[in-house]
Design a binder for this molecule. Sequence first.
Ligand SMILES: [Fe+2]
Ligand SMILES: [Fe+2]
Length: 283
Amino acid sequence: MSEHTVRVAAVGDLHCAKTSHAGLQPWLSRVAESADVLLLAGDLTDYGLPDEAKALVKELSSVRIPTVAVLGNHDIESGHESDVSQIFTDAGIGVLKGSACEMHGIGIAGAKGFCGGFGRHALGPWGETIVKQFVHEAVNEALKLEAALARLRTKQRIVLLHYAPIQKTVEGEPLEIYPFLGSSHLEDPICQYSVSLVLHGDAHRGQPHGLTKTGVPVYNVAMQLLMRQFADTPPFRVFEVAVSDAAAADTVHPQPPMDTREPAAPVAVDAPRGRRATDLVSH
Ligand SMILES: [Fe+2]
Ligand SMILES: [Fe+2]
């Protein structure tokens, strides 16, 4: 079966403010030249204000490719989550909250995620009720992600999160705040399903790349990290995903009803040397 490449651009943590977004436009206008799809990994706004969302929509108007986002903690800070989401949705930007869509033959499952820490040092649901509620929030986000993955029928599946599912991509942040930057609960559905790659943000000072315990590549695409790591390129990454022509014939199918649960198929494709902000994902 013949295949072609779909270019997926990704960046998170734009932190668009009402007045300080002038720096976004020059490189956002280059995204459409470099990619077929844009994924935004949360913290789109600084304080979650509708005016900030409107400002970002204006900046994104030059990005004339399908765009899908998840929200971050900053986007819900002011209690206007639904208004902020609606502003993005009205602008044609898909907002995934434990939901999924398909574009160009690629499935995208998205959720904000939550924190609580990683591995054997993660916070457990024990003791005070409020501690249990905190842990349950991370479990609930993981369950939402699992449900979103279950809806996808594509061979290539991308997970879009704000919080990190593994510790590796938050390393570089102060050790004391690791538990507030992600949760291993998010790693479970990623390992359960056949996922091509995972994108997240939030950890501005983290590492650009890591692997889940089953070898799924995880990329931290926080804009601040990309600006530091790839100073000579615009602060977004582009992932080239091989898609069969038959799969790509489908357009966007929000939340398709078919459950395509499959055993996990480890994928361990690292960024090819010399390509800087472009990575190849193919299987
Ligand atoms: Fe952020
Ligand atoms: Fe964040």
